[in-house]
Design a binder for this molecule. Structure first.
Ligand code: DOR
Length: 444
Protein backbone atom coordinates (compact mmCIF):
# COMPACT_ATOMS: atom_id res chain seq x y z
CA UNK A 1 0.00 0.00 0.00
CA UNK A 2 1.46 3.37 -0.94
CA UNK A 3 1.94 5.95 1.80
CA UNK A 4 -0.86 8.54 1.95
CA UNK A 5 0.04 11.92 0.49
CA UNK A 6 -1.23 13.71 3.59
CA UNK A 7 -1.62 12.96 7.31
CA UNK A 8 -4.94 14.75 7.64
CA UNK A 9 -7.57 16.21 5.32
CA UNK A 10 -10.38 18.37 6.67
CA UNK A 11 -13.12 18.05 4.02
CA UNK A 12 -15.90 20.47 3.13
CA UNK A 13 -15.60 22.79 6.13
CA UNK A 14 -16.29 26.52 5.97
CA UNK A 15 -12.77 27.85 6.45
CA UNK A 16 -11.93 31.31 7.77
CA UNK A 17 -9.03 32.11 5.45
CA UNK A 18 -7.02 35.34 5.17
CA UNK A 19 -8.78 36.13 1.87
CA UNK A 20 -12.27 35.38 3.11
CA UNK A 21 -14.56 32.71 4.50
CA UNK A 22 -15.60 29.92 2.15
CA UNK A 23 -15.88 26.16 1.71
CA UNK A 24 -12.47 24.52 1.33
CA UNK A 25 -10.64 21.28 2.02
CA UNK A 26 -7.42 21.64 4.00
CA UNK A 27 -4.58 19.10 3.95
CA UNK A 28 -1.81 18.72 6.54
CA UNK A 29 1.44 16.77 6.30
CA UNK A 30 4.21 16.65 8.93
CA UNK A 31 2.38 19.25 11.00
CA UNK A 32 2.16 21.87 8.22
CA UNK A 33 -0.66 23.04 5.98
CA UNK A 34 0.16 21.67 2.49
CA UNK A 35 -2.94 22.44 0.44
CA UNK A 36 -6.15 24.48 0.61
CA UNK A 37 -8.97 24.12 -1.94
CA UNK A 38 -10.49 21.10 -3.62
CA UNK A 39 -8.24 18.23 -2.55
CA UNK A 40 -8.52 14.76 -4.06
CA UNK A 41 -5.41 13.12 -2.54
CA UNK A 42 -5.37 10.39 0.10
CA UNK A 43 -4.76 11.01 3.79
CA UNK A 44 -4.18 8.81 6.82
CA UNK A 45 -7.27 10.46 8.31
CA UNK A 46 -10.00 12.38 6.51
CA UNK A 47 -12.62 14.24 8.51
CA UNK A 48 -15.91 15.43 7.08
CA UNK A 49 -16.36 19.00 8.31
CA UNK A 50 -19.63 19.70 6.49
CA UNK A 51 -21.61 22.24 8.51
CA UNK A 52 -18.60 23.20 10.65
CA UNK A 53 -16.37 26.30 10.59
CA UNK A 54 -12.61 25.84 10.53
CA UNK A 55 -10.73 28.65 12.27
CA UNK A 56 -6.96 29.02 12.58
CA UNK A 57 -5.90 27.62 15.98
CA UNK A 58 -6.90 30.03 18.73
CA UNK A 59 -3.93 31.38 20.72
CA UNK A 60 -4.71 32.54 24.26
CA UNK A 61 -2.00 35.11 24.97
CA UNK A 62 -2.72 35.52 28.68
CA UNK A 63 -3.02 32.59 31.09
CA UNK A 64 -1.74 31.97 34.63
CA UNK A 65 -1.09 28.24 35.14
CA UNK A 66 0.51 28.53 38.64
CA UNK A 67 3.32 26.02 38.15
CA UNK A 68 5.57 26.07 40.08
CA UNK A 69 4.33 27.35 43.42
CA UNK A 70 0.53 27.21 43.17
CA UNK A 71 -0.17 23.73 41.87
CA UNK A 72 -2.92 23.11 44.41
CA UNK A 73 -5.10 25.37 42.21
CA UNK A 74 -3.69 24.91 38.70
CA UNK A 75 -0.78 23.32 36.89
CA UNK A 76 0.55 23.32 33.37
CA UNK A 77 -1.00 19.98 32.42
CA UNK A 78 -4.50 20.81 33.69
CA UNK A 79 -4.30 24.31 32.22
CA UNK A 80 -3.30 22.96 28.81
CA UNK A 81 -5.98 20.23 28.98
CA UNK A 82 -8.50 23.00 29.62
CA UNK A 83 -7.08 24.89 26.63
CA UNK A 84 -7.44 21.88 24.30
CA UNK A 85 -10.98 21.17 25.54
CA UNK A 86 -11.90 24.78 24.88
CA UNK A 87 -10.55 24.86 21.31
CA UNK A 88 -7.29 26.67 22.19
CA UNK A 89 -4.18 25.41 20.37
CA UNK A 90 -1.53 27.65 21.96
CA UNK A 91 -1.05 29.55 25.21
CA UNK A 92 1.25 32.28 26.58
CA UNK A 93 1.77 31.74 30.30
CA UNK A 94 2.42 34.51 32.83
CA UNK A 95 5.47 34.87 35.12
CA UNK A 96 3.77 35.51 38.51
CA UNK A 97 4.47 31.97 39.69
CA UNK A 98 6.65 31.06 42.67
CA UNK A 99 9.51 31.43 41.98
CA UNK A 100 8.79 34.25 39.53
CA UNK A 101 9.89 33.66 35.93
CA UNK A 102 12.58 36.32 36.14
CA UNK A 103 15.71 34.21 35.52
CA UNK A 104 16.80 31.81 32.76
CA UNK A 105 16.78 29.01 35.35
CA UNK A 106 13.13 29.63 36.22
CA UNK A 107 12.28 29.69 32.50
CA UNK A 108 14.11 26.39 31.89
CA UNK A 109 12.28 24.84 34.82
CA UNK A 110 8.90 25.84 33.34
CA UNK A 111 9.84 24.59 29.86
CA UNK A 112 10.87 21.24 31.35
CA UNK A 113 7.63 20.94 33.31
CA UNK A 114 5.47 21.98 30.34
CA UNK A 115 7.01 19.35 28.05
CA UNK A 116 5.61 16.57 30.26
CA UNK A 117 1.89 17.17 29.69
CA UNK A 118 1.42 19.67 26.89
CA UNK A 119 -2.00 19.33 25.27
CA UNK A 120 -1.31 22.47 23.22
CA UNK A 121 1.69 24.55 22.16
CA UNK A 122 3.06 27.04 24.69
CA UNK A 123 5.38 29.96 25.42
CA UNK A 124 6.24 31.83 28.60
CA UNK A 125 6.46 35.49 29.52
CA UNK A 126 9.64 36.64 31.21
CA UNK A 127 8.88 38.81 34.26
CA UNK A 128 10.49 42.27 33.94
CA UNK A 129 11.78 44.13 37.02
CA UNK A 130 14.27 46.90 37.71
CA UNK A 131 16.55 44.18 39.13
CA UNK A 132 16.75 42.01 35.99
CA UNK A 133 16.24 44.85 33.45
CA UNK A 134 19.88 44.94 32.32
CA UNK A 135 19.72 41.26 31.32
CA UNK A 136 16.41 41.42 29.50
CA UNK A 137 17.86 42.24 26.05
CA UNK A 138 19.54 38.84 26.16
CA UNK A 139 17.05 36.80 28.19
CA UNK A 140 13.94 37.90 26.26
CA UNK A 141 15.29 36.02 23.22
CA UNK A 142 15.63 32.65 24.93
CA UNK A 143 13.64 29.91 23.15
CA UNK A 144 10.10 29.61 24.49
CA UNK A 145 9.78 33.28 25.52
CA UNK A 146 6.83 35.24 24.08
CA UNK A 147 7.69 38.62 25.63
CA UNK A 148 8.19 40.51 28.89
CA UNK A 149 5.45 41.14 31.46
CA UNK A 150 5.31 43.93 34.01
CA UNK A 151 2.81 44.55 36.79
CA UNK A 152 2.44 48.28 37.59
CA UNK A 153 -0.08 47.46 40.33
CA UNK A 154 -0.04 44.57 42.81
CA UNK A 155 -2.18 41.58 41.97
CA UNK A 156 -1.53 37.87 42.61
CA UNK A 157 2.18 37.20 43.37
CA UNK A 158 5.19 39.44 43.99
CA UNK A 159 5.98 40.84 40.57
CA UNK A 160 5.83 44.63 40.70
CA UNK A 161 7.30 47.60 38.80
CA UNK A 162 5.25 50.38 40.37
CA UNK A 163 7.37 53.48 39.75
CA UNK A 164 8.20 55.29 36.51
CA UNK A 165 11.90 54.53 37.01
CA UNK A 166 11.21 50.81 37.34
CA UNK A 167 8.97 50.72 34.26
CA UNK A 168 11.50 52.77 32.26
CA UNK A 169 14.31 50.42 33.27
CA UNK A 170 12.42 47.50 31.71
CA UNK A 171 11.34 49.44 28.62
CA UNK A 172 14.91 50.62 28.00
CA UNK A 173 16.28 47.09 27.62
CA UNK A 174 15.26 44.86 24.72
CA UNK A 175 12.90 44.80 21.75
CA UNK A 176 10.28 42.14 22.35
CA UNK A 177 6.68 42.83 23.38
CA UNK A 178 6.34 44.36 26.84
CA UNK A 179 2.87 43.45 28.13
CA UNK A 180 1.71 45.55 31.05
CA UNK A 181 -0.84 45.20 33.82
CA UNK A 182 -1.72 48.88 34.13
CA UNK A 183 -3.17 49.76 37.54
CA UNK A 184 -1.49 52.53 39.57
CA UNK A 185 -0.04 51.01 42.74
CA UNK A 186 0.32 54.34 44.59
CA UNK A 187 -3.29 55.36 43.88
CA UNK A 188 -4.57 51.94 44.91
CA UNK A 189 -2.72 52.07 48.25
CA UNK A 190 -4.41 55.43 48.97
CA UNK A 191 -7.82 54.21 47.73
CA UNK A 192 -7.66 51.05 49.80
CA UNK A 193 -7.18 53.15 52.92
CA UNK A 194 -9.61 55.97 52.06
CA UNK A 195 -12.32 54.30 49.99
CA UNK A 196 -12.41 50.59 50.87
CA UNK A 197 -11.50 51.09 54.53
CA UNK A 198 -12.89 48.21 56.61
CA UNK A 199 -15.51 47.19 54.06
CA UNK A 200 -15.81 43.49 53.25
CA UNK A 201 -18.15 44.10 50.30
CA UNK A 202 -16.79 42.74 47.00
CA UNK A 203 -19.02 45.21 45.13
CA UNK A 204 -16.45 47.82 46.25
CA UNK A 205 -13.76 46.08 44.16
CA UNK A 206 -14.25 48.22 41.04
CA UNK A 207 -14.63 51.37 43.12
CA UNK A 208 -11.35 51.36 45.02
CA UNK A 209 -9.43 49.66 42.16
CA UNK A 210 -10.73 52.65 40.25
CA UNK A 211 -10.90 53.55 36.58
CA UNK A 212 -8.77 56.60 37.49
CA UNK A 213 -6.03 54.27 38.75
CA UNK A 214 -6.16 52.36 35.45
CA UNK A 215 -6.10 55.53 33.37
CA UNK A 216 -3.19 56.91 35.40
CA UNK A 217 -1.10 53.75 34.91
CA UNK A 218 -1.99 53.51 31.21
CA UNK A 219 -1.09 57.14 30.47
CA UNK A 220 2.16 56.85 32.47
CA UNK A 221 3.02 53.65 30.60
CA UNK A 222 2.40 55.16 27.16
CA UNK A 223 4.40 58.29 28.08
CA UNK A 224 7.30 56.10 29.22
CA UNK A 225 7.00 53.97 26.07
CA UNK A 226 7.42 57.11 23.96
CA UNK A 227 10.43 58.14 26.04
CA UNK A 228 12.05 54.72 25.59
CA UNK A 229 10.98 54.42 21.91
CA UNK A 230 9.50 50.98 22.64
CA UNK A 231 6.04 49.65 21.86
CA UNK A 232 3.88 48.39 24.73
CA UNK A 233 0.96 45.94 24.85
CA UNK A 234 -1.60 47.10 27.40
CA UNK A 235 -3.41 44.16 28.92
CA UNK A 236 -7.06 43.79 29.99
CA UNK A 237 -8.43 47.29 29.44
CA UNK A 238 -11.61 47.88 31.45
CA UNK A 239 -12.68 51.51 31.12
CA UNK A 240 -14.11 53.86 28.50
CA UNK A 241 -11.56 56.53 29.39
CA UNK A 242 -8.56 54.25 28.78
CA UNK A 243 -10.01 53.08 25.45
CA UNK A 244 -10.49 56.66 24.32
CA UNK A 245 -6.88 57.45 25.25
CA UNK A 246 -5.46 54.30 23.66
CA UNK A 247 -7.38 54.90 20.42
CA UNK A 248 -5.25 58.06 20.08
CA UNK A 249 -2.02 56.19 20.82
CA UNK A 250 -2.17 53.15 18.58
CA UNK A 251 1.18 54.01 17.04
CA UNK A 252 2.92 52.92 20.25
CA UNK A 253 0.40 50.79 22.17
CA UNK A 254 -1.52 47.63 21.33
CA UNK A 255 -4.59 46.68 23.33
CA UNK A 256 -6.07 43.55 24.92
CA UNK A 257 -9.56 42.97 26.35
CA UNK A 258 -10.98 39.94 28.17
CA UNK A 259 -14.19 37.94 27.59
CA UNK A 260 -15.23 38.57 31.23
CA UNK A 261 -15.14 42.36 30.74
CA UNK A 262 -17.18 41.99 27.54
CA UNK A 263 -19.76 39.67 29.13
CA UNK A 264 -20.20 40.53 32.82
CA UNK A 265 -20.79 43.93 34.39
CA UNK A 266 -21.13 45.66 37.75
CA UNK A 267 -23.09 45.64 39.97
CA UNK A 268 -24.92 42.51 38.69
CA UNK A 269 -21.81 40.32 38.55
CA UNK A 270 -20.93 41.04 42.19
CA UNK A 271 -24.55 40.47 43.31
CA UNK A 272 -24.75 37.18 41.46
CA UNK A 273 -21.21 35.79 41.72
CA UNK A 274 -19.72 37.55 44.75
CA UNK A 275 -15.94 37.05 44.90
CA UNK A 276 -16.08 34.67 41.90
CA UNK A 277 -16.30 37.89 39.88
CA UNK A 278 -13.32 39.45 41.68
CA UNK A 279 -10.47 40.01 39.27
CA UNK A 280 -7.85 42.66 38.49
CA UNK A 281 -8.42 45.04 36.85
CA UNK A 282 -12.04 44.75 37.96
CA UNK A 283 -15.26 44.18 36.05
CA UNK A 284 -16.92 47.63 35.77
CA UNK A 285 -20.35 49.06 34.94
CA UNK A 286 -22.27 48.48 31.69
CA UNK A 287 -21.24 51.85 30.22
CA UNK A 288 -17.60 50.67 30.29
CA UNK A 289 -18.50 47.30 28.77
CA UNK A 290 -20.27 49.17 25.96
CA UNK A 291 -17.10 51.20 25.35
CA UNK A 292 -15.04 47.99 25.11
CA UNK A 293 -17.45 46.67 22.47
CA UNK A 294 -17.17 49.93 20.52
CA UNK A 295 -13.39 49.49 20.62
CA UNK A 296 -13.74 45.93 19.27
CA UNK A 297 -15.86 47.40 16.50
CA UNK A 298 -13.65 50.34 15.56
CA UNK A 299 -10.38 48.37 15.57
CA UNK A 300 -8.77 49.79 18.72
CA UNK A 301 -8.53 46.31 20.27
CA UNK A 302 -5.83 43.99 18.91
CA UNK A 303 -6.17 40.87 21.03
CA UNK A 304 -8.64 39.00 23.22
CA UNK A 305 -7.00 36.84 25.90
CA UNK A 306 -8.70 34.96 28.74
CA UNK A 307 -6.44 35.96 31.68
CA UNK A 308 -7.17 32.45 33.01
CA UNK A 309 -6.28 32.85 36.70
CA UNK A 310 -7.45 29.89 38.75
CA UNK A 311 -7.99 30.02 42.52
CA UNK A 312 -9.71 27.29 44.50
CA UNK A 313 -13.37 27.66 45.46
CA UNK A 314 -12.23 27.52 49.09
CA UNK A 315 -9.83 30.46 48.59
CA UNK A 316 -12.59 32.37 46.80
CA UNK A 317 -15.00 31.74 49.67
CA UNK A 318 -12.90 33.65 52.18
CA UNK A 319 -13.73 37.17 53.35
CA UNK A 320 -13.23 39.98 50.85
CA UNK A 321 -10.70 41.63 50.36
CA UNK A 322 -8.45 38.80 51.56
CA UNK A 323 -9.92 36.65 48.76
CA UNK A 324 -7.63 36.29 45.71
CA UNK A 325 -8.44 37.99 42.40
CA UNK A 326 -8.87 36.06 39.17
CA UNK A 327 -11.16 33.63 37.38
CA UNK A 328 -10.45 30.61 35.16
CA UNK A 329 -11.20 31.27 31.47
CA UNK A 330 -9.02 29.42 28.95
CA UNK A 331 -11.69 26.73 28.38
CA UNK A 332 -14.59 29.20 28.05
CA UNK A 333 -12.93 31.87 25.87
CA UNK A 334 -14.06 30.32 22.56
CA UNK A 335 -17.65 29.34 23.60
CA UNK A 336 -18.32 32.72 25.25
CA UNK A 337 -17.03 34.66 22.26
CA UNK A 338 -18.83 32.42 19.70
CA UNK A 339 -22.04 33.15 21.58
CA UNK A 340 -21.29 36.88 21.13
CA UNK A 341 -20.72 36.19 17.41
CA UNK A 342 -24.11 34.45 17.20
CA UNK A 343 -25.68 37.41 19.02
CA UNK A 344 -24.28 39.79 16.41
CA UNK A 345 -21.75 41.54 18.70
CA UNK A 346 -18.84 40.81 16.32
CA UNK A 347 -18.23 38.83 13.15
CA UNK A 348 -16.53 35.44 13.15
CA UNK A 349 -13.74 37.02 11.06
CA UNK A 350 -13.17 39.75 13.67
CA UNK A 351 -13.04 37.06 16.36
CA UNK A 352 -10.32 35.26 14.35
CA UNK A 353 -8.52 38.59 13.96
CA UNK A 354 -8.50 39.02 17.77
CA UNK A 355 -7.39 35.51 18.79
CA UNK A 356 -5.29 34.31 15.83
CA UNK A 357 -4.12 37.13 13.55
CA UNK A 358 -3.73 39.61 16.43
CA UNK A 359 -1.41 37.36 18.48
CA UNK A 360 0.53 36.53 15.27
CA UNK A 361 0.94 40.22 14.39
CA UNK A 362 1.71 41.65 17.82
CA UNK A 363 4.00 38.87 19.03
CA UNK A 364 5.56 37.94 15.66
CA UNK A 365 4.69 34.27 16.11
CA UNK A 366 6.37 32.10 13.49
CA UNK A 367 3.95 30.05 11.37
CA UNK A 368 0.79 30.31 13.45
CA UNK A 369 -2.33 32.46 13.44
CA UNK A 370 -3.68 32.00 9.92
CA UNK A 371 -4.72 29.20 7.61
CA UNK A 372 -2.19 29.47 4.84
CA UNK A 373 0.19 27.06 3.09
CA UNK A 374 3.37 26.35 5.06
CA UNK A 375 1.86 27.45 8.39
CA UNK A 376 1.30 25.01 11.26
CA UNK A 377 -1.75 22.77 10.93
CA UNK A 378 -3.45 24.30 13.98
CA UNK A 379 -7.24 24.48 13.81
CA UNK A 380 -10.12 25.34 16.08
CA UNK A 381 -13.12 23.61 14.51
CA UNK A 382 -16.43 24.98 15.72
CA UNK A 383 -20.11 24.24 15.33
CA UNK A 384 -21.79 27.64 15.18
CA UNK A 385 -25.22 26.02 15.63
CA UNK A 386 -24.46 23.88 18.66
CA UNK A 387 -26.18 25.02 21.85
CA UNK A 388 -24.52 23.93 25.10
CA UNK A 389 -24.67 24.83 28.75
CA UNK A 390 -21.34 25.67 30.42
CA UNK A 391 -20.92 23.87 33.76
CA UNK A 392 -18.41 23.58 36.58
CA UNK A 393 -18.25 19.81 35.89
CA UNK A 394 -16.90 20.31 32.32
CA UNK A 395 -13.92 22.32 33.53
CA UNK A 396 -10.51 20.67 33.23
CA UNK A 397 -8.84 23.35 35.33
CA UNK A 398 -7.64 22.08 38.69
CA UNK A 399 -9.85 24.68 40.36
CA UNK A 400 -12.96 23.02 38.88
CA UNK A 401 -15.23 26.04 38.53
CA UNK A 402 -16.20 28.74 36.05
CA UNK A 403 -17.99 32.06 36.47
CA UNK A 404 -20.26 30.92 33.60
CA UNK A 405 -21.71 27.80 35.31
CA UNK A 406 -25.30 27.39 34.03
CA UNK A 407 -24.91 29.79 31.09
CA UNK A 408 -26.29 28.42 27.80
CA UNK A 409 -24.36 29.51 24.72
CA UNK A 410 -24.73 28.97 20.98
CA UNK A 411 -21.46 28.14 19.19
CA UNK A 412 -19.09 25.48 20.52
CA UNK A 413 -15.59 24.12 19.73
CA UNK A 414 -15.94 20.51 18.57
CA UNK A 415 -12.35 19.75 17.56
CA UNK A 416 -8.89 21.07 18.44
CA UNK A 417 -6.00 20.26 16.08
CA UNK A 418 -2.39 21.08 17.03
CA UNK A 419 0.10 20.74 14.14
CA UNK A 420 -2.07 18.09 12.50
CA UNK A 421 -2.70 16.15 15.73
CA UNK A 422 -6.32 15.94 16.87
CA UNK A 423 -6.14 16.61 20.62
CA UNK A 424 -9.86 17.13 21.30
CA UNK A 425 -12.88 15.74 19.46
CA UNK A 426 -16.50 16.11 20.56
CA UNK A 427 -15.62 17.00 24.13
CA UNK A 428 -13.03 14.24 24.66
CA UNK A 429 -9.25 14.59 24.75
CA UNK A 430 -7.60 12.41 22.09
CA UNK A 431 -4.18 10.77 21.88
CA UNK A 432 -1.26 11.94 23.99
CA UNK A 433 0.10 15.42 24.79
CA UNK A 434 2.20 16.61 21.83
CA UNK A 435 2.57 20.34 22.57
CA UNK A 436 5.83 22.13 21.89
CA UNK A 437 7.32 25.57 22.58
CA UNK A 438 6.03 28.21 20.16
CA UNK A 439 8.65 29.86 17.92
CA UNK A 440 8.87 33.57 17.10
CA UNK A 441 10.29 35.53 14.22
CA UNK A 442 13.36 37.55 15.04
CA UNK A 443 12.24 41.06 15.96
CA UNK A 444 13.50 43.78 13.66
O1 DOR B 1 -7.28 39.02 38.68
C1 DOR B 1 -6.11 38.75 38.39
N1 DOR B 1 -5.56 37.58 38.74
N2 DOR B 1 -5.38 39.66 37.74
C2 DOR B 1 -4.05 39.50 37.57
O2 DOR B 1 -3.43 40.35 37.01
C3 DOR B 1 -3.36 38.31 38.12
C4 DOR B 1 -4.28 37.19 38.21
C5 DOR B 1 -3.71 36.04 39.01
O3 DOR B 1 -2.59 35.64 38.72
O4 DOR B 1 -4.41 35.54 39.89
Amino acid sequence: MSAAAYDLILKNGTAVLPEGTHTADIAVKDGKIMAIGKIDGEATETIDCTGLHILPGVIDTQVHFREPGGTHKEDLEHGMKAAAMGGVTGIFEMPNTNPLTTTPEALQDKLGRASKGAWCDYAFYFGGTAQNAKNLSEWENLPGVCGVKIFMGSSTGDLLSATDDEVLAVLSNGKRVVAAHAEDEMMMIENKKNILGDSTDVAMHHIWRSKESCLSATTRLVTLARKAGRRVHVLHITSAEEMEYLAQNKDIASVEVLPNHLTLHAPDCYNKLGTLAQQNPPIREKEHQDALWRAIDDGTVDIIGSDHAAHTMEEKQGTYPSTPSGTPGVQTLVPIMLDHVNNGKLTLERFVDLVCEGPHRIHQIAGKGRITKGYDGDFTIVDMNKTETITHAQQQSKCGWTPYDGKTVKGWPVMTVVRGNIVMRDGELQGTPKGRPIAFRETL
